[in-house]
Ligand binder design. Structure first.
Ligand SMILES: [Zn+2]
Length: 523
């Protein structure tokens, strides 16, 4: 079947829309822009930037990304409702290649219980939605939501009608992760065999990972002729997530004979740095054993395996770690390393920072670290820059932390913070059930932000007792889940920084909301 549609596969990245819907993964505007720039460098063809009608934040993000990104198409999601489509078109006004993505559920269960509409009504609304979007932009995508559970004959009817109405891409989503590779492949083949005008649109797939088959289903669809894959970095997304771009792309590259030579425009050597970036801004850690981008993906523990790889790499490695941008961890820098060496290393690790920025923001911190820790590894450098880049505008900065513990569990933390807006230092102390509890109490009292801690993790960035510790927290504030991250050679300091990072996110979120309210009040 492949070959019907050429071999180039369009990569539609939905990290900023479906991915951002993962609990705890919300990103602010600065973070979304950083991810969008990284996706452009990575070579994705379409960036789904948000769902503009749902919130002012989503609208602003789609608008800002439309202005920023040049090569990829920028896509905004909309229901088949006039006001949704108009709002998406407004957000995309500045995009060089705007795309509107309209969706409407077609499966029996969604028709009867969610929409309470008959087949012919759904068909009519889908066609009207596509026509309305087409009046605003040339590039229109339609998704029959829950397509994998839709009756195939009805699905074919919908696909034909929306193509006739002007849809240039028709996406077949497995919205609930219900399909299996054979079934999904057969469904796509059925559409190619049945829909007379199918050659006038690109057929896309959007698979969820509820049964762990998102990547397998996506690849099966490519074998059947689908030429757009809807994916996310690290496979993040609703519930169990979406198909992971790094896995689908590397499967196509590593096994061209299985996938008929289908290829994408992805620069694979940027997969690892992009994965790290998304993990950092969302706070969603990548599992060590995750394919392609996990820490252990190219590690050989067994003596027999390690020996084999040393004799010939391909005995146990089907991909070259360098091809996905994974630099081998090595001793790179120390106390005596200069500015030039430090800047050079950052470039190799995928950071795109100006020299002046590196000097002003990070060189001092690197020297401090080199004093505290004799050997500075790649992971240390990355952690240092990642933790220092201010993703939430930093209202509060940690200046000093002293902790005293006593047997019996009681601890006292004395904290000094700088209120960066007011240029004011504040000091306070609190007790708690252990040192971390005492620190968190002190921070809450000083900032007046109360969080409900849901998860707290500490891990070493590299091995050895003088390694840097990374603390991550996840907490509730009202109905939002907020994550925070901090790095230090002292794990209590790392914990304080992580908690403060979450507090800063709450404070900056409130400021943004207040600004929106002010704007609304004005006009
Ligand atoms: Zn989805």
């Amino acid at each position: 079947m492949a070959g019907k549609a050429g071999k180039r596969v369009i990569v539609f990245d939905t990290t900023l829309r479906d991915g951002e819907q993962s609990p705890g993964a919300s990103m602010n505007l600065t973070e979304k822009l950083e991810v969008a720039r990284a996706l452009e460098l990575l070579g994705v063809d379409v960036i789904e930037a948000g769902f503009p009608i749902t919130s002012q934040d989503d609208f602003e993000a789609v608008r800002a990304i439309s202005r920023e990104v040049r090569w990829p198409a920028v896509c905004g999601l909309a229901r088949c409702v006039t006001k949704d489509i108009d709002r998406a078109a407004e957000a995309l006004a500045a995009a060089k290649h705007p795309r509107i993505h309209v969706f409407l559920a077609t499966s029996k269960i969604h028709r009867e219980f969610k929409l309470r509409k008959a087949r012919h009504e759904i068909l009519r609304l889908a066609v009207e939605g596509v026509r309305h979007a087409k009046a605003a932009v040339k590039d229109v995508e339609f998704s029959p939501e829950d397509a994998a559970r839709t009756e195939p004959e009805y699905l074919a009817e919908v696909v034909e009608a929306v193509i006739a109405a002007g849809a240039t891409t028709v996406n077949i989503p497995d919205t609930v992760g219900w399909s299996t590779p054979e079934r999904f492949r057969a469904l796509i083949e059925y559409l190619f065999d049945t829909v007379p005008n199918i050659g006038q649109a690109v057929i896309a797939v959007h698979c969820h990972d509820d049964l762990g088959m998102a990547v397998a289903n996506t690849l099966a669809a490519v074998q059947a002729g689908a030429r757009q894959i809807e994916v996310t970095i690290n496979g993040i997304g609703e519930r169990a997530g979406n198909a992971a771009v790094e896995e689908v792309v590397m499967a196509l590259n590593t096994r061209p004979e299985v996938f008929g030579g289908c290829w994408t425009g992805i620069r694979t050597d940027l997969l690892y740095p992009t994965s790290r970036l998304v993990s950092r801004v969302t706070g969603l850690t990548v599992a060590r054993n995750k394919a392609i981008v996990g820490e252990n993906a190219f590690a050989h523990e067994s003596g027999i395996h390690a020996d084999g790889v040393l004799k010939k790499r391909t005995t146990y490695e089907i991909m070259d770690p360098k091809s996905v941008g994974l630099a081998k961890s090595k001793l790179v820098l120390g106390k005596h390393s200069g500015r030039h060496q430090f800047r050079q290393r950052l470039k190799e690790l995928g950071f795109r920072l100006k020299d002046a920025e590196v000097d002003a923001l990070f060189f001092g911190a690197f020297k401090d670290l080199a004093d505290r820790k004799k050997e500075v590894f790649d992971e240390d450098v990355a952690a240092l820059v990642e933790s220092e880049v201010a993703h939430a505008p930093e209202t509060w900065r940690l200046c000093r932390l002293t902790v005293a513990t006593a047997t019996g569990g009681m601890a006292t933390a004395t904290v000094e913070l700088e209120d960066q807006a007011a240029h004011e230092h504040r000091r306070d102390a609190a007790t708690g059930d252990g040192p971390v509890d005492a620190i968190f109490h002190a921070l809450e009292r000083m900032t007046h932000v109360k969080l409900k801690l849901e998860d707290y993790q500490i891990r070493a960035v590299t091995s050895g007792t003088e390694a840097q510790g990374e603390a991550r927290i996840e907490a509730r504030h009202g109905d939002r889940t907020i994550s925070g991250r901090g790095v230090s050679t002292d794990i209590l300091e790392a914990s304080a920084k992580a908690y403060l990072n979450a507090i800063n996110r709450v404070v900056s979120g409130k400021a943004a909301q207040a600004a929106v309210k002010r704007k609304k009040a004005v006009g």
